[in-house]
Design a protein around this ligand. Structure first.
Ligand code: 13P
Length: 231
């Protein structure tokens, strides 16, 4: 089972190093840490599996502010999150750019956690299935199944809100996603030590992508332990 810590725009190198020195992944679970770019090197020092939070599709070029897959690989980074809803919402990420980033990263030998998920309005107006289909098929059309590809189902209404998808909702959405593209699917959205075991024990839930609760060693360790006890 894969449990990924998405630190978002938290933890500079000093805090990242302190966390990384204190954190030990329990046996039976693959723990991945996704720090901001400036803290990748500090997190790698303790021997953890480290992914970036984004990656560009070109190897190099005039793309101010972007980072490429070969640059990440040179540092020892082994994967990247792509298409997080915060990038889609605030930074103009589209299904097309998500697919381009995913394909290029996989071709460069990085693993990818590609994120999909519906907004509350889309869910409430009965568009969840359509939205997930469009988002997943954009990735599937470019890449298909690939051993380095994992999807993350992150309902936008559950991110940073304290609202979690019910185990039933997670089970249903994961099964739907797998019917479009049969790869492992992580759940993300207010995963906490208190709800991790129940969510992770659902069929088709293959791990978690954790935001807020991954910032403290204690809570992230507790989530990893919940996963380890299920595997
Ligand atoms: P929270 O766990 O803070 O809701 O964030 C989820 C997320 O966006 C992980 O990528």
């Amino acid at each position: 089972m894969l449990i990924a810590a998405n630190w978002k725009m938290y933890k500079g190198p000093r805090e990242a190093r302190a966390f990384s020195e204190a954190f030990r992944a329990p046996k039976g679970v693959e723990a991945v840490i996704c720090p901001p770019y400036v803290s990748l090197a500090a997190t790698l020092e303790s021997g953890h599996v480290v992914f970036a939070q984004n990656v560009h599709w070109a190897d190099e070029g005039a793309f101010t502010g972007e980072i490429s897959a070969p640059m990440l690989r040179e540092l020892g980074v082994t994967g990247a999150i792509v298409g997080h809803s915060e990038r889609r919402q605030h930074f103009g990420e589209t299904d097309e750019t998500v697919a381009r980033r995913t394909l290029a990263a996989l071709e460069s030998g990085l693993r990818v956690i590609a994120c999909v998920g519906e907004s509350l309005e889309e869910r409430e107006t009965g568009q969840m299935e359509l939205v997930l289909r469009i988002q997943v098929e954009a990735i599937a059309d470019g890449v298909g199944t690939h051993s380095g590809l994992v999807l993350a189902y992150e309902p936008v209404w559950a991110i940073g809100t304290g609202k979690t998808a019910s185990p039933e909702q997670a089970k249903e959405a994961h099964a739907l996603i797998k019917s479009f593209l049969d790869v492992p699917v992580l759940y993300g959205g207010s995963v906490k030590p208190e709800n991790a075991a129940e969510l992770l024990s659902q069929p088709a839930v293959d791990g978690a992508l954790v935001g807020g609760a991954s910032l403290e060693v204690e809570s992230f360790t507790a989530i990893c332990q919940a996963a380890a006890s299920l595997s």
